[in-house]
Design a protein around this ligand. Structure first.
Ligand code: GDP
Ligand code: K
Ligand code: MG
Length: 288
C-alpha cells in the first residue's frame, strides 16, 4: 500500500518551522533567521521514500500572538491547515507553554495533528520531562520532542506522520524536492544574507529579483537586483566603497554554490523603488 499526503507546519514566529522543513527534507530549502517574518512565501518540500510521499509546507509566520483574536486571519490559517492531511503544531520548548497551547486550541482543528516540541536541545532532562507531561495532559495531539537544528527526533516524527497519511499515489515524480524554481531559491538565499548582515528595517524593506541565470560551461552566471525603498538604504547595502555588498555577495555566492552544486559568478545591483511594497505591479513582478 502506498501513502501520500500534505502536511502543514504551523506555529508562532521563530518556533523553528523553516528549520524543521529543512530537517525533514534533508536539504536547505527554507531560509532561516532569528528575526520574525523572514519567510514570506509558502515553501513546499517533498519527501519521497519507498511506500510514501509527503508534501510539506512551511507557512509564513503570519501568526503574531498580538493578533491572535483577529478572526479573519485565524480563519485563513485554519482553512489552510484543514486542507492538509496532517498539521504539525510546532512550539519553541523555551516559550510559554500555556500561550502556545491556547493558540493551538483557538484553531479548533479537526484535522489530524501532532504537537511538536522544538528546541529541546535547550532544556535540561527534567525540564523536558515536565514539559512533555504538561503537553500530553493537554490531550489534543500526540507529542513529539525534537531538535530541528540538531536533527534529533526527526525520524520518529516522520514515522508518526506516515502513520496518519491517507492511502494514495505520489503527487510528484520521485526526484522532485520542491515546487519552487532554482531562481526562487537563489533570491531567497540572497535575502537570507540580507537578514543576517543588515539591521532594523532594511531586511523588511528589501526584496530580491534574479534578473539573469545562465548556465555557462564551467559556471553559472547569476545577476540579481536588490530592491529597496530609499536611497539611504541603498547606501547602507553598498557600504563604504562597496564593502558591504561585496561581503553580501561572497556569503550568498558560497551558499548558492552549495545549493546548485556548481561554481557561481554572482553580480548584485541595488535599485530604489520607493513604493514596491504597496504597488501591485511591483509585487507581482517580485513574485508576491
Ligand atoms: P520560523 O520563524 O518558525 O520559520 O523559525 P526559524 O526556522 O527561522 O528559526 C528561528 C530561530 O530558531 C533560528 O535562529 C533558528 O536557528 C532557531 N532554531 C530553530 N530550531 C532550533 C532548535 O532545534 N534548537 C535551537 N537551539 N534553535 C533552533
Ligand atoms: K524566523
Ligand atoms: Mg520561517
Amino acid at each position: 500500500m502506498h501513502k501520500a499526503g500534505f502536511v502543514n507546519i504551523f506555529g508562532k514566529p521563530n518556533a523553528g518551522k523553516s528549520t524543521l522543513l529543512n530537517a525533514l527534507v534533508g536539504e536547505k530549502l527554507a531560509i532561516i533567521s532569528p528575526k520574525v517574518q523572514t519567510t514570506r512565501h509558502r515553501i513546499t518540500g517533498i519527501v519521497t521514500e519507498p511506500g510514501y510521499q509527503i508534501v510539506f509546507s512551511d507557512t509564513p509566520g503570519i501568526i503574531d500572538p498580538r493578533y491572535r483574536l483577529h478572526e479573519k486571519m485565524m480563519g485563513a490559517v485554519k482553512s489552510a491547515l484543514e486542507d492538509a492531511d496532517v498539521a504539525l503544531l510546532i512550539m519553541d520548548a523555551k516559550d510559554r507553554v500555556e500561550e502556545s497551547l491556547e493558540l493551538f486550541d483557538s484553531l479548533k482543528l479537526k484535522v489530524n495533528r501532532i504537537l511538536v516540541l522544538n528546541k529541546t536541545d535547550l532544556l535540561k532532562k527534567e525540564e523536558l520531562a515536565a514539559l512533555k507531561a504538561r503537553c500530553e495532559a493537554w490531550g489534543k495531539a500526540p507529542v513529539i520532542a525534537i531538535s530541528a537544528m540538531q536533527r534529533v527526533g526527526i525520524k520518529e516524527l516522520l514515522e508518526q506522520i506516515v502513520a496518519r497519511l491517507p492511502e494514495g499515489e505520489p503527487f510528484y515524480p520521485e526526484d522532485t524536492l520542491t515546487d519552487k524554481s532554482t531562481r526562487f531559491f537563489v533570491a531567497e538565499i540572497i535575502r537570507e544574507k540580507i537578514f543576517h548582515l543588515f539591521e532594523e528595517e532594511i531586511p523588511y524593506h528589501t526584496t530580491v529579483v534574479v534578473s539573469q541565470f545562465q548556465e555557462k560551461e564551467t559556471l553559472t552566471k547569476i545577476s540579481a537586483e536588490i530592491v529597496v525603498t530609499r536611497e539611504t538604504q541603498k547606501a547602507i547595502i553598498l557600504g563604504e566603497k562597496g564593502k558591504s555588498i561585496r561581503q553580501l555577495g561572497t556569503l550568498a555566492r558560497q551558499d548558492i554554490e552549495k545549493f546548485i552544486g556548481r561554481k557561481v559568478f554572482l553580480e548584485l545591483f541595488v535599485k530604489v523603488r520607493s513604493k514596491w511594497r504597496d504597488n501591485d505591479t511591483y509585487l507581482r513582478e517580485y513574485g508576491y
